[in-house]
Design a binder for this molecule. Structure first.
Ligand SMILES: C[S@@+](CC[C@H](N)C(=O)[O-])C[C@H]1O[C@@H](n2cnc3c(N)ncnc32)[C@H](O)[C@@H]1O
Length: 488
């Protein structure tokens, strides 16, 4: 097939999907980028401690819970990140279950949960203030060194690195476990600010002043804060938030949890099959996007800080949901997921015709040596396979009629839009979900710099999908559909 014919075929397939979901695709002006992304968290006590750039905003989750009338029961986030769904859910009186693989996200959730459960927040704030005022670390000559991994070597100016180590040694002397973990956590929160690096989606960018330089175009990060200033500011912010913890809604962002919060640390691909006994009343989640962003590189400083060494870091990279060209196919899916479900998922994904048209085209470009990275088709294929497994697994535990809300971006490769929203919504239907709505942000996402040259500023949709587990009658229908599929 010629390129022109292949692109036309993709266009036809996407138009067919747009037709199928015409009623559900709704532009929602109130869903500004700020509301949907981490930006809106920047002023909220507790949430502003650590810049988890991929996190969504607490006000968005609050809004979804209110609009969809999720008033009781248990909410699940299988990609919990910094735990926004869990904490907002609990603040509204829901129980919350989160699954998160990246130790940085797990640490954010653990520490925040412990702080919220602290019986006496004033005493906690007092202990942090005392430590900050005494500042013993400033006079310590550290005996320890920072546990770098290969990709973080040289990330800090030497003076700051020594101060950081002295601070951590000082923290080690603190008796109270909660005060100690909060003080350690404060240091994790300033690593980016005191380093020569900036998180930049696919990797860490290195400032021109660092020993590594930046290879290509010199990058100027701007101010690199000395450790003492950065930690002083962070500790003051934490104390402030512990003392005045009202969030933007006047709720207490760091107040007590009004529901149970359970965190499973690991991959949702292996945890979800073990949760079939639980029943969920809602899912609100945002998976990694199919955009090559590598969390294990952008959060490398924090991972090293948490003691993740080189080899475990590589294993972690491969265990993450496939979304980078480095991800190899996961060979352990058969041992984690039931053969029956895996077969249904493979079948549903292989039948999705828009995805097939896109992959055929990109495979052809690969055969012609035209891709800038040959891992792209494998990444797209496995992204949809793995995410569909998650959707199907959750279908086993979600109550009939319960909402499944997903925030995700569409992407573009080789000049072709991959309408992740429509493809996933179509696959979700095969697993007993009704597609209630696909809310589209009024201004979509621009192209990556590589794509920009060829395609200008064509917008890619950023969406909030609202699916619902079909009620009993249509669930039967979907069982019939899947039986038909299996026989087909
Ligand atoms: C877009 S972020 C979610 C951010 C989250 N909504 C928040 O508010 O912080 C996607 C998350 O999925 C996590 N993740 C990636 N692969 C995973 C897997 N296999 N199992 C569980 N979590 C995974 C990443 O570490 C990341 O925290």
């Amino acid at each position: 097939m010629t390129d022109v014919a292949a692109v036309e075929r993709i266009g036809d397939e996407i138009s067919a999907l747009e037709g199928e979901f015409n009623r559900q695709i709704q532009i929602r002006p109130e869903l500004s980028r700020k509301l949907v992304s981490f930006q809106a968290n920047k002023e909220i006590p507790g949430y502003r401690w650590f810049r988890y750039k991929e996190g969504f905003s607490a006000p968005l989750i609050e809004r979804i819970i209110v609009d969809l009338e999720i008033t009781k029961g248990r909410v699940l986030d299988p990609f919990a990140g910094s735990g926004v769904t869990l904490f907002v859910g609990c603040s509204k009186g829901l129980d919350a279950t989160g699954i998160e693989l990246l130790p940085v996200g797990c640490e954010l959730i653990r520490v925040r949960k412990a702080v919220m459960q602290a019986a006496d927040k004033a005493a906690l704030a007092g202990a942090v203030t005392k430590f900050r005022k005494l500042a013993h670390w400033k006079d310590l000559a550290p005996k320890s060194v920072f546990p770098h991994v290969r990709i973080t070597e040289g990330a800090f100016p030497p003076v700051s690195e020594r101060k950081l180590c002295a601070y951590l040694e000082d923290v080690d002397e603190v008796d109270d476990p909660l005060v100690k973990s909060l003080l350690r956590f404060a240091a994790m929160c300033v690593l980016e600010e005191i380093s020569f690096t900036r998180k930049d989606g696919q990797y860490l960018r290195w400032d021109y002043r660092s020993p590594r330089g930046n290879g290509g175009r010199p990058f100027d990060k701007g101010t690199i804060k000395p450790f003492d200033d950065a930690i002083d500011h962070k500790l003051a912010q934490i104390v402030d938030d512990l003392s005045n913890s009202a969030d933007l809604f006047g709720n207490s962002a760091l107040g007590s949890l009004n529901g149970n919060l359970d965190l499973f640390e690991g991959s949702c691909l292996s945890v979800l099959p073990k949760l079939h006994g639980l029943e969920f009343d809602a899912v609100i989640t945002s998976p990694p996007y199919c955009n090559r962003y590598d969390y294990t590189r952008t959060y490398a400083l924090e991972l090293a800080f948490l003691g993740i060494a080189n080899e475990p870091l590589k294993t972690l990279r491969q265990t993450m949901l496939t979304c980078t060209v480095e991800n190899r196919p996961k060979t352990d899916l058969d041992s984690q997921i039931s053969a029956e479900l895996l077969q249904r998922v493979r079948h549903a994904v292989s039948q999705q015709s828009a995805l097939n048209a896109i992959l055929d085209y990109i495979d052809d470009r690969k055969s012609g040596g035209l891709l800038n990275n040959n891992g792209i088709p494998r990444m797209i294929r496995n992204y949809f396979l793995e995410l569909s497994i998650v959707v199907a697994e959750i279908g086993e535990s979600l109550k009939p009629g319960a909402p499944f809300v997903m925030i995700n971006d569409n992407v573009r490769y080789e000049g072709v839009e991959v309408p992740v929203d429509l493809i996933l919504s179509d696959i979700a239907k095969a697993f007993g979900y009704d597609v209630d709505a696909i809310w589209v942000l009024p201004v979509g996402k621009g192209n990556s710099s590589q794509q920009m040259g060829a395609h200008g500023r064509e917008e890619l949709r950023k969406c909030v999908y609202v699916w619902r587990k079909a009620k009993a009658r249509s669930a039967k229908k979907s069982k019939r559909e899947s039986a038909l599929q299996k026989s087909g």
